[in-house]
Design a binder for this molecule. Structure first.
Ligand SMILES: *Cc1c(COP(=O)(O)O)cnc(C)c1O
Length: 399
């Protein structure tokens, strides 16, 4: 009865933008969440790659409690202690020299697009404004980030889009090369396409893109909103590919569960922003920055969690590959890095996701037929074993 009331009130009062599963989640700890009717779930979605330290990690919770008692919000008219501390941590552990804080992945990408345009117009040529992105990419839902997203299904109904974007197939360096003109100011890519179905770059692709950008004096923007914060086994995914971007955006895992985004850049590029050029009221808010500081400090402590991520990734992949061998008619391919893993299926993934939910395991499906596993980086062997058992039972029904 209680559940029905939640569903009714939700559809009565909340805009109809999400297809929700019939579960009300009320409590979480580590790898587990509990619904309002007391059922326990093992969580391999982790708030879509947000809860990198699991649900309600004690260090994050304590940092939030302490900060909440001290200071919740002040304007960026003033200096904010946890914001400075967070920026320093990010700069010390990345290619970047400067950070701009915002509140989501889409907003971080908006900031990146604005910075790339302003820098290029002022420093290279006033005609430069075009940004090349990849087909099948995902960069968020605000208008420019949506336009950057190379998938028509997300554009439909929202035209006219923002001028100045061109799309090329991911992993096609010749197409990229041909699309660059004297008006191109930047290339914007996810190092691994997440929402697009966990698609990895070919071995040298990102290096070739970097070289092309250098040759034409074009900025490289990497959208690490999903791949950043240890998700792929390194703090940032670009570290796997022997390159650095000029601009990088992060969000999802950054706050360990609180909404925060950031746009990072080299000094050279960042200098295009002066007071008044860009801002957001909540950006770098004390509460979320305190949570993010606790998250990064925990993540980097002795490299323990990154090691764990890599060990579990290896184990997870082996188990998924065994499943693939067992169900060749259902599984096409296993892909991914770290704990961003995808299993491409020969069929629609949604019924599989629903069957897993019934059996108490949360998974997600991207691009229609790719089961995506993005658990907290604290996931353990026993959790993976349980997921694999459930997948095996479910696959049995569908094969
Ligand atoms: C989730 C995601 C975004 C959008 O982030 P929001 O916080 O939902 O705005 C942008 N880029 C990538 C790669 C993402 O995975």
């Amino acid at each position: 009865m209680e559940m029905k009331k939640f569903f009714d009130e939700s559809s009565r009062y909340i805009m109809n933008t999400y297809n929700r599963f019939p579960v009300v989640l009320r409590k979480g700890r580590g790898m587990k969440v509990w619904s309002s009717d007391g059922k326990e779930y093992l969580d391999f979605v982790g708030g879509v790659a947000v809860n990198i330290l699991g649900h309600c990690h004690p260090r994050v919770v304590v940092a939030i409690q302490k900060q909440a008692q001290r200071l919740l919000h002040v304007s960026n008219y003033y200096y904010i202690e946890p914001q400075i501390k967070l920026a320093k941590l990010l700069v010390e552990h990345s290619f970047a020299d400067k950070v701009f804080f915002c509140n989501s992945g889409a907003e971080a990408n908006e900031a990146a697009i604005k910075l790339a345009r302003k820098y290029s117009k002022e420093q290279i040529s006033p005609k430069r404004f075009e940004i090349i992105t990849a087909k099948n990419s995902f960069h968020g839902r605000t208008l420019a980030a949506l336009t950057a997203t190379g998938q028509e299904k997300f554009h439909k109904g929202f035209e006219p889009l923002v001028p100045g974007f061109k799309y090329v197939p991911f992993n096609d360096i010749n197409a990229m090369s041909k699309t660059i003109t004297k008006d191109t100011c930047a290339v914007m890519l996810e190092p691994i396409q997440g929402e697009g179905g966990v698609k990895l770059p070919d071995h040298d692709y990102l290096k070739e893109v970097r070289d092309l950008c250098n040759e034409h004096n074009i900025l490289l923007i990497l959208d690490e909103v999903q791949t950043g914060m240890g998700r792929t086994g390194k703090l940032f995914a670009y570290e796997h590919f022997g390159i650095t971007p000029d601009i990088m955006t992060i969000a999802k895992g950054l706050g360990g569960g609180v909404p925060i985004g950031a746009m990072l850049a080299t000094d050279k590029v960042a200098s295009a922003f002066q007071p008044g050029n860009h801002a957001t009221t909540f950006g770098g808010n004390p509460l979320v920055c305190a949570a993010a500081v606790a998250t990064i400090e925990t993540l980097l402590e002795d490299g323990f969690i990154l090691d764990q991520c890599n060990r579990m990734s290896k184990y997870f992949r082996e188990k998924l590959e065994q499943l693939m061998e067992e169900f060749p008619s259902l599984v096409i391919e296993i892909r991914g890095k770290g704990l961003l893993l995808g299993m491409e299926m020969t069929r629609d993934g949604d019924p599989i996701v629903r069957a897993c939910l019934e059996k108490g395991v949360l998974i997600n499906c991207a691009a229609g037929n790719v089961l995506r596993f993005i658990p907290p980086l604290i996931v353990q062997q026993k959790d993976i074993d349980r997921l694999i058992d459930v997948l095996e039972e479910v696959f049995m029904k569908f094969s």
